[in-house]
Design a binder for this molecule. Structure first.
Ligand code: ADP
Ligand code: MG
Length: 686
């Protein structure tokens, strides 16, 4: 838990504070002093009476009451110190910088657990261990630099890696990104990324809280908590981007189905982020750039104008934006002509607007004004302005700064000349602006942000299903694949339409099925998991003689103990599956069957439960979507019914978490119906 003592301490002790500012205990003390911490500051150091001008206690037992303790001492001494401070000094906020805990050894892990238990016992907060600390408006509780000037409207940054946090801040600060807080959660022994997000959510105040959160995550320990608070913050108007590093394939190895192979744990992260509305980033540069886009006014539409004094970057940005699904609308007509009049001969206003290497600040002003007021088909502006190093460009960047204050449409400054006009860029950044030095990285980030879906509602409407029957079937089952009878019960209870079928044990029974349902029929082996692979599926059986012959043949196939008779259906092959991912719940996948899933891996996924809207979005994101809709005389499928089936599969696995994986492969769909003709469901109870 995150408490007042940790965030707004009236007193801090640095345990292991030293004169040597090359050591964490020395540097953090210096950072706190330099940050003009308003409360009382102490050091605990067995050898010193004063450190960096701060009173030092040789014995921590002599310290007065103190709200926060920052520990920069060896792991093995931490527990005793914490116990003393927690029990005797009313200390309720702890930051352990030291390494040597669960990340290093089992023994370290035990110490870590004991520390957490002690701190929990007194209702305290713990940041770390194995971290760089905590940076809040109240104190510079980190031992690293740079220490950005904190701005309440800057980024709240939470990082599972201390070093990465430093590199991200260095990069961000140099571009002008401002920060509001830094939480380096280290081993996340008590407080992890999820807990910080819940704190930021629970204390969110639209007037004063920062609207932007950036996360660097290596482990998601509590996906539900992350989803709950990230989506809640986003619904309140926040923007969140995150790196999740370290995708593991371990989960998918255990799986034996298509779903299993495609639904890796990294896909689970994707679907979690999508459900929450978090922009997933890959790499520091992208995270910073997305964060910087967040700090600008939101784009209301996808029409961008590119304003430039250099051709190349404008071409690259045009490519990046168009490839990313944005529009670069052509500008023409009297207003465009009037603008062109004001520029040097040879300029172009079609979009990109190129006002040439000789273009002036005054001309840039005309262009921005025209884009703001004259062209309704423009939602945002990207201004590319560097310098070959011949003369200063203060006037241009000053103008840009002024226009950014008054324009309603967002303006994104791309200032590539980080050496030639370094001073001008520094000056621009000092005014609180952010630079995007690279147009392609900017363009990709802008597209990413623009296309991120809104978070799913907190309560997802699930279709009506027969929960009682589902629970009953699942609770009575052993681990492994369900028999066809149970599969049928589950699908019926979930309202998933399946083919008419019957498992038969004699030729006579098989013939009886054809009398009842008519020809053609399909015959399949019961027993083998992959039926076609063993020659165990016969389609389009049209007479009794074939039924007899195939029955005999099928029964001879290895592992076969019965034959399943089906009505034959016609339509496009669709696939819907689900797989359980540890801690995340179930991922639900869909796509077109056959080569689309096997070769092209064209699938989309979401985290169960899945709303109808989410299911529709999944279908529309498929590359094969145009085929599903029907092309070239093919009639396609009923999209609404497919979405409905997806929500039902999601509801089924959500109701029965014991289901490890399930495959409806295929369902056959046409405009009138969608019917599952092959279903596999595997149970795995802990
Ligand atoms: P498996 O996946 O075990 O190999 P399936 O039951 O999926 O076996 O059958 C293989 C293929 O046969 C399916 O992908 C589908 O194209 C076709 N098929 C199966 N059952 C039917 C049916 N009832 N009507 C029409 N086609 C079917
Ligand atoms: Mg199949």
């Amino acid at each position: 838990m995150i408490n007042e003592a940790l965030l707004k301490p009236k007193s801090i002790v640095v345990v292991g504070g030293t004169e040597d500012i090359k050591k964490p205990g020395g540097k953090i003390l210096k950072n706190i002093i330099d940050g003009n911490f308003k409360g009382k500051l102490y050091v605990a150091n067995p050898k010193m009476e004063e450190v960096q001008g701060v009173k030092s206690y040789k014995n921590p037992g002599d310290l007065p009451q103190v709200d926060v303790a920052i520990l920069a001492i060896a792991a093995k001494y931490c527990y005793d110190t914490i116990k003393l401070l927690a029990d005797k000094k009313n200390t309720r906020g702890f930051i352990i910088l030291s390494a040597g805990f669960s990340e290093e050894s089992e023994e370290g892990g035990q110490i870590e657990q004991a520390i957490v238990a002690k701190i929990n016992e007194v209702g305290g907060s713990l940041i770390g261990p194995n971290c760089i600390g905590l940076l809040t408006p109240d104190y510079n509780g980190v031992f690293t630099t740079p220490i950005p000037r904190l701005d309440p409207q800057g980024v709240d940054f939470i990082s599972g890696s201390g070093a990465t946090a430093v590199f991200i801040m260095e990069n961000g600060v140099s571009k002008g990104l401002s920060f509001s807080s830094l939480w380096s959660v280290g081993n996340s022994a008590q407080i992890g990324v999820e807990e910080v997000l819940s704190h930021l959510d629970e204390t969110y105040d639209p007037q004063t809280s920062s609207p932007v959160k950036l996360l660097y995550i290596e482990n998601i320990n509590n996906p539900d908590l992350l989803l709950k608070h990230a989506s809640s913050l986003i619904r309140k108007g926040c923007k969140i981007a995150a790196i999740k590093a370290g995708g593991s394939e371990a989960g998918s190895r255990a799986a034996s189905s298509h779903t299993g192979a495609l639904a890796t744990s990294d896909v689970a992260v994707d679907v979690l982020f999508r459900k929450a509305g978090i922009v997933r980033c890959h790499g520091r540069e992208q995270l910073i750039t997305v964060g910087a886009v967040f700090m600008h006014p939101e784009l209301e539409g996808k029409n961008m104008v590119i304003i430039t004094h250099a051709g190349g970057p404008a071409v690259m940005l045009t490519d990046a934006l168009s490839n990313g699904g944005m529009e670069i609308p052509h500008l023409e007509g009297p207003k465009a002509d009037a603008l062109l009049e004001k520029l040097f001969p040879g300029s172009a206003v079609g979009n990109p607007i190129d006002f040439l290497a000789t273009g002036t600040a005054e001309q840039l002003g005309y262009i921005i004004d025209a884009c703001e007021h004259d062209f309704d088909n423009i939602d945002g502006m990207a201004v590319i302005f560097g310098s070959p190093g011949l003369c200063p460009v203060y006037d241009v960047y000053d103008l840009l700064h002024e226009k950014m204050k008054t324009c309603k449409k967002p303006i994104f400054p791309i200032l590539p000349s980080v050496i030639n006009v370094k001073d001008e860029i520094d000056d621009f950044v000092a005014k609180g602006r952010i630079n995007f030095p690279d147009e392609k990285i900017f363009g990709d980030a802008l597209c990413k942000v623009y296309h991120i879906p809104k978070p799913q509602p907190e309560k997802i409407d699930m279709p009506d299903i027969d929960t009682q029957t589902i629970r009953q079937v699942v609770e009575n089952a052993d681990n492994g694949y369900f028999e066809p009878v149970e599969v049928a019960k589950l699908l019926d209870a979930a309202g998933i339409k399946r083919a008419n079928d019957k498992v038969v044990n004699s030729v006579d029974e098989a013939i009886e099925f054809t009398k009842k349902h008519g020809f053609p029929v399909v015959m399949k082996v019961v027993g083998p998991v992959h039926k076609s692979d063993v020659g165990g599926v016969v389609l389009n059986v049209r007479d009794e003689a074939t039924v007899r012959k195939e029955y005999e043949r099928l029964m001879k196939i290895k592992d076969t103990y019965a034959v399943q008779m089906f009505e034959m259906y016609f339509g496009e092959e669709i696939f819907i599956g689900a797989k359980r991912e540890e801690k995340f719940g179930h991922m639900v996948l869909c796509g077109m069957g056959g080569v689309f899933i096997e070769v092209l891996k064209d699938v989309q996924s979401a985290l169960a439960p899945v709303s109808k809207q989410e299911a529709q979005n999944m279908i529309r994101r498929l590359n094969s979507y145009p085929l599903l809709k029907g092309t070239r005389g093919q009639e396609g499928i009923n999209e609404d019914m497919m979405a409905e089936q997806i929500t039902r599969v999601a509801a089924l696995v959500y109701t029965a978490p014991e289901i490890f994986e399930m495959d409806l492969n295929p369902l056959l769909g046409n405009p009138k119906e969608i019917v599952a003709v092959d279903a596999r469901i595997r149970i795995e109870k802990d």
